[in-house]
Design a protein around this ligand. Structure first.
Ligand code: PLP
Length: 394
């Protein structure tokens, strides 16, 4: 019998991948399935970024770089943080990683000892708990209530803190809910983190995808004290439609960054050189493509949101950012005869031919996640199918 390490045996299989695999299988069998599971923009990477990548290769930049990233990319990130947030960082406070996901992974590896607790507001991105567990940590969940737009309150945070609490993750705009914390809300959370000396991990990967009158603010820009207490996580995946290039970064305390760099030097050596050159162009070049993609997402959201909430038994907190809808469909599942939302999701795939992600994987089993990173035509067809499916079962 093959014996694997305990740490991987403890991993929870990804519900996202399970449903995506099943959707793929149905498609291969010739079924006309529409997938709304995607976690990536449906646009190609902007042309000037591709050009910069080709150019760097032709110029011979195909070798190792420093483990924490090219100095020119660090500078581009430092300039971006200054430009967008008024935050000043030094090069030794920045590490470039193989995606924001890998920046987070490395971060947990260097800050957690066995049994240390990390507070994770729920619903949460599926990888947070698994990454914490892989580092020997213990995820502690705080449930953001739907009435409060899934956001946690300072009181809830205070009650969750123990003498083992090491860090809290704030993901604003949020995957899966799309909600954004206001400055006042972040201040309330930040005050407690300062008082209790809890590290704030601010995952700002959806920062550029903001709709209506809403604004993104980084908790690090509220005060110098909060900047000291925060590690910012971000990257080019969602902002510049560069998910496959795998470039993300962490910015913050230099001892933490140095430890992450040591770990990277023995694990990845460096993020792919070509991708780093592409990311330099992404941050230093024209930002119009970012705004064009944002606008396209907002246009889709405005059209599809009303159609979605007109489905019987669907209610939805209106997203303020990112590219997901996270409706509560508990009533729809009950009224159409399914014991739970997971089985409703299964029926949506097999009968209505629409793949969505069950909320159970995000810690919120009454909801489903639909991505609108797909054409408006496909979106309207998919929501129409779900609507007809529900109506046919009532
Ligand atoms: N953080 C959140 C909340 C995400 O949804 C994702 C990607 O889905 C990431 C981080 C990781 O992004 P990257 O492609 O930079 O690893």
């Amino acid at each position: 019998e093959l014996k694997l390490a305990n740490r991987v045996m403890a991993l929870t299989p990804s519900t996202t991948l399970a449903i995506t695999a099943k959707a793929k299988m149905l498609k291969e069998q010739g079924e006309d399935v529409i997938g709304l599971g995607a976690g990536e923009p449906d646009f190609n990477t902007p042309a000037h970024i591709l050009d910069a990548a080709f150019r760097s290769m032709n110029e011979g930049h195909t070798k190792y770089t420093p483990s924490a990233g090219l100095p020119a990319l660090k500078k581009a990130i430092i300039d971006k943080l200054q430009r967008d947030h008024g935050l000043t960082y030094k090069p030794n406070e920045i590490i470039v990683a193989n995606g924001a996901k890998h920046a987070l992974y490395t971060l947990f590896q260097v800050i957690l000892n066995d049994g240390d607790e990390v507070i994770i507001p729920s619903p949460y991105w599926v990888s947070y708990p698994e990454q914490v567990k892989l580092a020997g940590g213990v995820p502690v969940y705080i449930e953001g209530s739907e009435e409060n737009q899934f956001k946690i309150t300072p009181d809830q945070l205070q009650n969750a803190i123990t003498n083992k609490t090491r860090a809290i993750i704030i993901n604003s705009p949020s995957n899966p809910t799309g909600v954004i914390y206001t400055k006042e809300e972040l201040q309330g959370i930040g005050d407690i983190c300062l008082r209790e000396n809890i590290l704030i991990i601010s995952d700002e990967i959806y920062e550029k995808l903001i709709y209506g009158h809403h604004k993104h603010i980084s908790i690090a820009q509220i005060s110098p004290e909060l900047k000291e207490q925060t590690i910012i996580i971000n990257g080019v995946s969602k902002s510049h439609s560069m998910t496959g290039w795998r470039i993300g970064y962490a910015a913050g305390n230099k001892q933490i960054i140095e430890a992450m760099t040591n770990l990277a030097s023995h694990s990845t050596s460096n993020p792919t050189t070509t991708a780093q050159f592409a990311a330099i162009a992404a941050y230093n070049g024209p930002q119009e493509p970012v705004e064009e993609m944002r606008q396209a997402f907002e246009d889709r959201l405005e059209i599809i949101f009303d159609q979605l909430v007109s489905i019987p038994g669907f209610t939805c907190v209106k997203p303020q950012g990112a590219f997901y809808l996270f409706p509560n469909v508990k009533e729809a599942a009950q009224q159409t005869g399914y014991p739970n939302v997971d089985e409703f999701v299964e029926a949506l795939l097999v009968e209505a031919k629409v793949a969505v992600i069950p909320g159970s994987g995000f810690g919120t089993p009454d909801n489903i996640r639909l991505s609108y990173a797909t054409s408006l035509e496909q979106l309207e067809e998919a929501v129409g199918r779900i609507h007809r499916f529900v109506n046919s079962k009532l």
